[in-house]
Design a protein around this ligand. Structure first.
Ligand code: AMP
Length: 283
């Protein structure tokens, strides 16, 4: 395993691999790795000669100080997991100032309004922070393919837009949501759930499934939104922040389901002080 901290060391190493004609897959993460992350890493290992995994809890994308401070961190365990998957794995553990190459602050991006709905509306500055760090990471790693989970579907769409706008010569590869056996979407934040909240959390997936059934039965987006919001309110352990149905491409809220377009339900829910997000394709 090759572990790098500074761009000055990582870049020549990657240059060397590229000169040998090796393709580079990249999986950016914030660590506390689980099977969701590993699905991305495994896919990258299958599709590329070499894989780079970055682990970096990016301060500029957190809108709540407490969330940043309590974000789970298990560097040794993460490294052991990655080494087991591939002894040749390249791990990038950046230091913020070196990665940003100056002040650690977010830049502003024009993301075609994709950043103004849902997560963007409830977490001001979040996607500028994400776009800033991903831009720096792409510059440091210069991958051929980068892997992003549909768990953060809005983020995935924003990164695709960013890569297109910056003319980056790489392919963004989406990977399906990985779930626990009870349906809860895997997330590093699940580790912070109390026993009671962990038990309550699979309701999020059940209600997304219900939304899908209602859509298949021909109900309109607003009727689905009202019913699902009502069901969330019946659960005292979950506090709904939003439940929305949006066009997969534009992420604009849907008033009707138009033929030929794809739609998804998106939700953010507080289980105690832990904020969970999930989504599901409706068609
Ligand atoms: P994070 O460490 O939360 O920033 O996630 C790193 C990458 O893993 C992102 O592209 C996420 O979308 C992806 N990811 C996290 N959880 C899951 C999951 N349950 N299923 C699929 N991808 C995931």
């Amino acid at each position: 395993m090759f572990v790098w901290t500074y761009k000055a060391n990582l870049r020549p190493f990657i240059d060397g691999l590229k000169k040998q004609g090796q393709s580079i897959g990249f999986v950016p993460t914030m660590g506390a790795l689980h099977r969701g992350h590993l699905a991305l890493v495994e896919r990258s290992l299958r599709e590329n000669d070499r894989t780079v995994v970055s682990i970096f809890v990016n301060p500029t994308q957190f809108d709540r100080k407490q969330d940043l401070e309590t974000y789970p961190r298990f560097p040794e365990k993460d490294l052991a997991l990655l080494e087991k998957l591939d002894p040749e794995m390249i791990v990038y553990l950046p230091v913020a100032e070196d990665l940003y190459g100056g002040p650690v602050q977010r830049e502003h991006f024009d993301l075609d309004g994709l950043d103004r709905v849902m997560e963007g509306r409830h977490r001001p500055g979040h996607f500028d922070g994400v776009a800033t760090v991903v831009k720096h990471l792409f510059e440091a790693v210069r991958p051929d393919r980068a892997y992003f989970g549909e768990k953060d579907f809005q983020q995935l769409r924003i990164i695709q837009t960013l890569a297109r706008k910056l003319n980056l010569p790489l392919q963004i590869v989406p990977v399906e949501i990985q779930r626990e056996t009870d349906g809860l979407a895997m997330s590093s934040r699940n580790l912070r759930l109390s026993v009671a909240h962990r038990k309550a959390a699979p309701e999020i997936h059940r209600l997304l499934n219900l939304a899908r059934e209602m859509a298949l039965q021909g109900q309109n987006p607003e009727a689905i939104r009202m019913e699902i919001s009502k069901r969330f309110k019946q659960n005292p352990l979950l506090e709904l922040e939003y439940f929305e149905i949006a066009d997969e491409k534009t992420l604009q809220f849907a008033r009707t389901f138009e033929p030929g377009k794809k739609y998804r339900a998106f939700t953010a829910v507080f289980a105690g002080d832990v904020r969970l997000i999930d989504n599901m394709p409706l068609y």
